[in-house]
Design a protein around this ligand. Structure first.
Ligand code: SAH
Ligand code: MG
Length: 206
């Protein structure tokens, strides 16, 4: 934990997932970001959550646990999908956590008839604008969008070193920066980007 103090606890199984993620470089949500996200969930009490970017199912399992929200989560990597399925089965939550094995840009059909009270965007950063535009029409009234990794390890705000990064990293930074601008100028949402974890944007539908 960086700066937050919390009494939020992890089960032995969740600690195992965290250990696995660390050892295998799976970018699961930071503790501090998770505390923030869970606080939002406890306050907002979403009946249904859409997550983009399942990885091993860690955040899905934690989000479900807060107030029993039904989770739809999308993952395109076959190895991650397989692990997520196993992990969700291990906690016996197959009926509440639905994992969709697809690229999120191609999964709209799978969820288009559902309404979501919260959308958590935590996948390929270059595509955040596309994810946001594709899935926010499914948000309920006063729905909330949370976007993780908005600061991309501090690189987004770091003008000074911008030119020292590779072209591909610069491309990513530029895309995330454009997404920042688009989010903040979107008049349908009240948005704040918090410097929590790796940067978390919270956008609340007006
Ligand atoms: N939410 C997870 C971490 C997700 S890491 C947690 O905190 O526990 C990001 C995941 O998004 C990776 O597993 C990656 O394979 C997946 N991903 C990236 N781009 C995607 C896309 N376009 N569609 C579906 N999954 C994607
Ligand atoms: Mg993340």
């Amino acid at each position: 934990m960086e700066t937050a103090t919390t009494n939020i606890k992890f089960s032995d199984f969740e600690l195992e997932l965290k250990k696995y993620a660390k050892e295998n470089n799976v970018p699961i949500i930071f503790d501090e970001g998770l505390c923030f996200l869970e606080t939002i969930i406890r306050l907002h009490k979403p009946r249904r959550i859409l997550e983009i970017g399942t990885a091993i199912g860690y955040s899905a399992i934690r989000m479900n646990k807060c107030v029993g929200s039904e989770i739809y989560t999308i993952e395109r990597n076959p190895d991650m999908y397989k692990l997520a399925l196993e992990n969700v089965a291990k906690v016996g939550k197959q009926d509440e956590i639905h994992i969709i094995f697809k690229d999120a840009l191609e999964a709209f059909e799978d969820v288009k008839d559902l309404e979501f009270d919260l959308i958590f965007i935590d996948a390929a950063k270059a595509q955040y604008t596309k994810f946001f535009d594709l899935y926010t029409p499914l948000l309920s009234q006063r729905g909330v969008v949370v976007c993780d990794n908005m600061l991309f390890h501090g690189l987004v705000m770091d003008d000074e070193h911008y030119m020292t990064y590779s072209r591909s990293v610069r491309g990513l930074i530029r895309k995330l920066h454009n997404f920042h601008e688009a989010l903040l100028s979107n008049e349908n949402y009240d948005t704040t980007i918090f410097p929590i974890g790796d940067g978390m944007a919270v956008s609340i539908k007006r």
